[in-house]
Design a protein around this ligand. Structure first.
Ligand code: ADP
Ligand code: MG
Ligand code: MG
Length: 251
């Protein structure tokens, strides 16, 4: 599903190398987690994958289902099935949640050369997904994220993810300081979307999240590289011992 090879990335604005040879291969239906100390390049990896401005790939490649992502703009990557979760946590007063979702879904369908969903088709689909995520109809009618609680925002973001039906979901949770309830919501949402085909890259500071989303593979990132990969037990090792031993070992 995802093949990152020898990825080197620097900032556009300054001559600062951030990723220094990342290799990451995620199979269809697999859930991989990336953990690592602050500033190790986890978020940068997700941004570069999604095609965000401000970063320059100086070496290496990113392929999704064999398709080169580096030539594509963010919308084209989304159309190819890459979804960076929680990139739209913004409040949009005056725009109903349903309208926003329908616009997002249909612009993606258009980019894929698929027919747009009619109002009726969309409504049917959104009801199915909302029910699965325990989102009540009232929330769908409100303006996007306006006055939503933290938990409601998370649910809503997962609904966006469900409606866009990506092939590869990238979740960068590190900056959001999730409380336990929000964390469980995210985990439930992810687990509901696991179907043996869809792949996930879950970036997290917290081992706790991985109690709820059991990953197939855990990677430890440090100083712009993945320094160790293993099973879920690797996350527990980090939880118990911190990163110091792993970093030393890698050196
Ligand atoms: P992580 O998500 O693992 O905490 P980041 O990918 O956010 O790490 O950051 C990796 C390094 O790159 C850090 O040293 C950070 O300060 C730096 N960095 C990332 N983006 C920028 C930017 N736009 N401007 C300046 N420094 C940046
Ligand atoms: Mg950080
Ligand atoms: Mg980060």
């Amino acid at each position: 599903m995802l093949e990152i090879k020898n990825l080197h990335v620097k900032l556009e604005e300054e001559d600062k190398q951030i990723l220094k040879g990342v290799n990451l291969s995620i199979g269809k239906g697999e859930v991989h987690a990336i953990m690592g100390p602050n500033g190790s390049g986890k978020s940068t990896t997700s941004y570069v994958l999604a095609g965000r401005d401000g970063y320059v790939v100086t070496e290496g490649s990113i392929e999704v289902e064999g398709k080169d992502m580096l030539d594509l703009d963010p919308e084209e990557r989304a159309a190819a099935g890459v979804f960076l979760a929680f990139q739209y946590p913004v409040e949009i007063p005056g725009v109903g949640n349903m309208t926003f979702l329908r616009t997002a879904v249909n612009s993606q369908r258009k980019a894929r050369g698929e027919e747009e969903l009619s109002a009726g088709e969309f409504l049917k689909e959104v009801r199915i997904q909302a029910k699965a995520l325990k989102i009540d109809a009232e929330m769908l009618k409100r303006p996007v994220n306006v006055g939503f609680s933290g938990g409601e925002k998370k649910r809503n973001e997962i609904l966006q993810m469900a409606m866009l039906a990506p092939k590869l979901c990238v979740l960068d949770e590190t900056d959001s300081g999730l409380d336990v309830d929000a964390m469980k919501l995210v985990a439930e949402g992810v687990n509901a979307l696991r179907d043996g085909e869809r792949s996930f890259l879950v970036i997290t500071h917290y081992q706790r999240l991985l109690d709820h989303i059991i990953p197939d593979v855990v990677h430890i990132m440090s100083n712009g590289r993945i320094i160790k990969s293993g099973g879920p037990e690797l996350a527990l090792e980090v939880e118990n011992n911190g990163y110091a031993d792993l970093l030393e070992e890698a050196e």
